[in-house]
Design a protein around this ligand. Structure first.
Ligand SMILES: *[C@@H]1O[C@H](CO)[C@@H](O)[C@H](O)[C@H]1NC(C)=O
Ligand SMILES: *[C@@H]1O[C@H](CO)[C@@H](O)[C@H](O)[C@H]1NC(C)=O
Ligand SMILES: *[C@@H]1O[C@H](CO)[C@@H](O)[C@H](O)[C@H]1NC(C)=O
Ligand SMILES: *[C@@H]1O[C@H](CO)[C@@H](O)[C@H](O)[C@H]1NC(C)=O
Length: 453
């Protein structure tokens, strides 16, 4: 189950659709002069290199009107190539595809001095090769470099640090190894850095990007602690460091990340104490820490003031002690996973105030006492209310919110009730369902990516 991946995929498609739409508008505004000859030759070379020989029959590439090339006239009405894109994203964005086994990125690319966007999606996947260092020669003109799911191997070339005007660097899902170059810090205007799903090792460099909105280093083999410079990146909207081997507790001082919407540090080796600093993230909509061996209690006031929080995922963290009372004050909460811990005591009555909950997992804990929810809450969540495998949790049959078609996975509080036979149903009959993604999370991200392109 992967609520955040769903989110990212939606954003990704939208951003590319917007991108393709713009490409057409530019070409339509064509005035009459031709494409710069040297750039035209470079485009032919690049198209041949990717198995798109058909393009060399086009007399003027900027009038070729294929999705994936974008041109702009200069003051003398000579057209320059500003964007090149490859890869079948969806039926609606048919950029040229690449020959599956013999494609490469032509060095002639360096002859496109006006290029702002370079985009290769699933192009070199079956002909694995390093990221060419000559991309650094594109220097300050390039703003967007996307080499996504492109089969690249080897290290991130240091020469990419020459692309000092990049705003988007996306190397998601390749086989890149080695460490993250500290020299990337030269790209001071970076808005989005996505190095996720590679094999990068070593620590996260202590870089600062004053305008960074998205930092995704998830699914790598990064070690060490999270540098404090990252916690000081005030413009961050999304921080995803999940599925690495990061150690050390999170900072215990107030965090200046005033715009952060999504924080995912799940599946690392982060230990306790539970960071009280998190409650200073008042704009946060999703907090995902599951799968870290934190092994601590959660202070009662840990979530006080996190009024924007919609999703809280703290499964399998060895957390113990009582459920934190401050949770009940977060009236916007939609999805809460606290399963697979050692929480004990009863579910506070104030949890009734979570009127918007659509999914609550408390299973595999040591909770006791009677379930404080009324019929309405239980029926809204139905099978997304998971309670099985707790030491002494029960429901009061006299509250009457159940009928024989619905098994909560916990026994009645009073053993003499006539419906007692229900309690013998196997608790694992509750299927593990994916959480529903709150729609509210989407608009901010969409808006953000649209502004980008
Ligand atoms: C990097 O930039 C420097 C100067 O800005 C230039 O001399 C060098 O050739 C560039 N190297 C690469 C590989 O891009
Ligand atoms: C990166 O992977 C290549 C094989 O693709 C290997 O030869 C090289 O030693 C690796 N480098 C590091 C730093 O792990
Ligand atoms: C909960 O567990 C802690 C140990 O983690 C114990 O000290 C405490 O008494 C327990 N509380 C209840 C209500 O069982
Ligand atoms: C019940 O939950 C505990 C964690 O509190 C877990 O260790 C145990 O394996 C669970 N038992 C079953 C039968 O799932």
């Amino acid at each position: 189950m992967n609520e955040v991946n769903v989110l990212v995929k939606v954003v990704w498609c939208t951003m590319l659709l917007g991108h393709a739409g713009r490409a057409m508008t530019v070409i339509m505004s064509d005035g009459g002069a031709g494409t710069d000859r040297r750039e035209q030759e470079a485009v032919y070379d690049i198209m041949r290199g990717t198995g798109n020989e058909w393009a060399t029959d086009i007399a003027d590439v900027c009038r070729g009107r294929w999705h994936g090339i974008e041109c702009m006239p200069d003051k003398d009405n000579v057209f320059h190539v500003v964007s090149l894109s490859f890869g079948a994203l969806s039926d609606d964005t048919a950029f040229p595809t690449c020959h599956p086994t013999r494609s490469f990125i032509s060095p002639s690319l360096a002859n496109l001095p006006h290029l702002r966007t370079l985009f290769f999606y699933r192009c070199l996947t079956y002909n694995p090769q390093p990221i060419p260092s000559f991309l650094g020669l594109l220097g300050p003109s390039l703003q967007t470099l996307v080499l996504r799911e492109n089969g690249h191997v080897g290290p991130i070339p240091l020469q990419l640090s020459n692309l000092t005007h990049l705003r988007v660097l996306d190397l998601h899902n390749n086989n890149l190894n080695g460490s993250i170059p500290l020299s990337l810090a030269r790209i001071t205007g970076l808005r989005s850095l996505d190095l996720s799903a590679n094999k990068l090792t070593g620590p996260i460099p202590a870089f600062t990007f004053p305008s960074l909105n998205v930092l995704d280093l998830s699914h790598n083999v990064l070690t060490g602690s999270i540098p404090s410079s990252i916690w000081d990146s005030q413009s961050l909207l999304k921080l995803d460091l999940s599925r690495n081997r990061l150690l050390a507790p999170l900072p215990d001082k107030p965090l200046p990340l005033k715009n952060l919407l999504l924080l995912d540090i799940s599946y690392n080796l982060i230990q306790g104490p539970f960071p009280v600093s998190l409650k200073t993230l008042t704009s946060l909509e999703a907090l995902i820490l599951k799968g870290n061996p934190m092994g601590s209690i959660i202070p009662g006031d840990a979530f006080e003031g996190m009024q924007s929080l919609l999703i809280l995922i703290l499964s399998n963290m060895n957390l113990h002690g009582p459920l934190p009372l401050s949770l009940a004050t977060l009236s916007g909460l939609r999805v809460v996973h606290l399963d697979g811990n050692h929480f004990n005591g009863s579910i506070p009555n104030s949890f009734r105030d979570l009127r918007r909950l659509t999914e609550l997992r408390l299973n595999h804990n040591r909770l006791t006492g009677s379930l404080p929810f009324d019929r309405q809450i239980v029926w809204r969540m139905k099978r997304k209310l998971m309670l099985n495998n707790n030491s002494g949790l029960c429901y009061d049959a006299t509250s009457g919110f159940l009928d024989s078609t619905f098994d909560l996975g916990i026994p009645f509080c009073h053993p003499w009730t006539p419906l007692q036979h229900l309690t013998s149903l196997p608790s694992h009959s509750l299927p593990a369902t994916s959480p529903s993604l709150p729609i509210l999370l989407l608009p901010t991200f969409l808006l953000f990516t649209i502004l980008f392109f």
